[in-house]
Design a protein around this ligand. Structure first.
Ligand SMILES: NC(=O)c1ccc[n+]([C@@H]2O[C@H](COP(=O)([O-])OP(=O)(O)OC[C@H]3O[C@@H](n4cnc5c(N)ncnc54)[C@H](O)[C@@H]3O)[C@@H](O)[C@H]2O)c1
Ligand SMILES: [Zn+2]
Length: 374
């Protein structure tokens, strides 16, 4: 078994183990903690994965139980958290408990948040089972839930004790979930690692079939997120780079009323924001061509009607978390693999006429014809 380990040096630091079959390391690790364990997973994580982890711990004679919550972003709420908390309390779980969050980013965000407040904070181990949760959601300590006012508005910064990423579980992942993860990896490559971008170009078609390649790419991607979050633990600056493609991507998601997957919307966001960097004179035009080719090769559809509704789009951009005084700010690239930083600034305002020009381009480039929508 090839295992790659990283230490995320935040407070407190967290060990991350990545590889095929890495869940086999769990019994020894858990035994050393001397706790009772509760696996919390959602109802769509394949049974084989949930039972696999439970059986490993049971065989090691650890005290373990499984709780479920309904799958999906709409259940990442305070109500779901409360229901799980009541369940844990009913079963008399106390400070002697360690939670295991088994699932995608919804599970790690929700269970991480729960762990941070349950009995004033109990340990949690993340067992991410989607590509997105591996390369993104399980690193950096952000936890939270959604409210009707918006996503992730209630939450905490809380580090898991450890993260075990077993790439074997990805075998059951549906195509859309692959795309969601791949787009975040492409984002990481664009902002911080040109070699990773090249690797992704040569890996089209083999990511799912070449375990070593998949492992390397996840590892590289985790390293990028690790370096950024370590330099900016509480999201005061550098972490804005991780938002590349998301300023436009979130606006597209919202205008499409979440009919597009997160990856599909962010893929379009990456292209539009790359176009902005080119128009602003920072970046070579070839990057946009390469990026579009790569996203198409990874079968991202790159279609949306969101740019037809300019007023609503601009309104969404104003509400972005990087906006200042109602003015949208964008992460920019200087080069492939290198996001722009000037003094301590990581996101930049764009002249209104330039923004309009790029949005016109986007409307034309990504617009769906009536025929296609049918
Ligand atoms: N904390 C952070 O820094 C951070 C970063 C990025 C995203 N996020 C959050 O992550 C969430 C999105 O995560 P996601 O994309 O993993 O979605 P998700 O957790 O909803 O998982 C997607 C679906 O895949 C299913 N699934 C999980 N593993 C599977 C497997 N191995 N095989 C088959 N199906 C499987 C799940 O049951 C679910 O239905 C969002 O809520 C987002 O806010 C957090
Ligand atoms: Zn994202």
């Amino acid at each position: 078994m090839t295992v790659k380990s990283l230490e995320i040096q935040l407070y407190p630091s967290c060990q991350l183990h990545l590889g095929s079959g890495v869940f086999a390391l769990l019994p020894d690790y858990c035994r050393s903690l001397n706790k009772r364990f509760v696996i919390i997973s959602d109802t769509q994580v394949p049974e084989e994965t949930v039972f696999g982890v439970r059986n490993l711990l049971e065989k090691a004679e650890l005290d373990v139980r499984v709780f479920y919550f309904p799958a999906g972003e709409i259940h990442k709420t305070r109500e779901t958290k409360e229901r799980l908390e009541n369940h844990l309390l009913d079963w008399r779980y106390g400070r002697d408990t360690c939670l295991l969050a088994l699932g995608g980013g919804v599970a790690t965000d929700l269970i991480g948040f729960l762990a941070s407040t349950y009995c004033r904070g109990i340990p949690v181990i993340y067992l991410p089972t989607t590509l997105l949760a591996m390369v993104d959601a399980s690193i950096g300590g952000k936890t939270g839930v959604n409210t009707y006012h918006g996503k992730n508005l209630i939450g905490s910064f809380y580090q898991p004790l450890a993260v075990f990423m077993d790439t074997d579980v990805l075998k059951t992942l549906p195509p859309e979930q692959w795309s969601n993860g791949v787009v975040e990896i492409i984002k990481h490559a664009l902002i911080a690692n040109a070699e990773l971008f090249q690797k992704l170009q040569t890996s089209v078609g083999s990511l799912k079939t070449d375990p070593q390649l998949l492992l390397d790419i996840i590892h590289e991607s985790c390293l990028i997120k690790k370096n950024i979050v370590e330099s900016d633990e509480k999201e005061s600056g550098l972490r804005q780079w991780l938002n590349y493609g998301h300023t436009i991507g979130h606006a597209v998601e919202s205008l499409e009323e979440y009919r597009l997957g997160h990856g599909e919307a962010v893929a379009i966001g990456l292209l539009v924001e790359t176009k902005l960097s080119i128009e602003a004179g920072f970046l070579a035009a070839s990057v946009l061509r390469d990026l579009e080719k790569l996203l198409t090769a990874y079968q991202l559809p790159l279609k949306t009607a969101a740019f037809q509704n300019r007023k609503a789009l601009l309104h969404q951009l104003k509400g972005d978390k990087k906006s200042k005084a109602g003015e949208a700010r964008f992460v920019m690239l200087d080069r492939m693999g290198s996001a722009r930083m000037v003094d301590d600034t990581y996101a930049f305002p764009i002249e209104r006429t330039m923004l309009e020009r790029v949005l016109n381009w986007a409307a034309e480039r990504f617009g769906e014809t009536k025929e296609e929508k049918k």
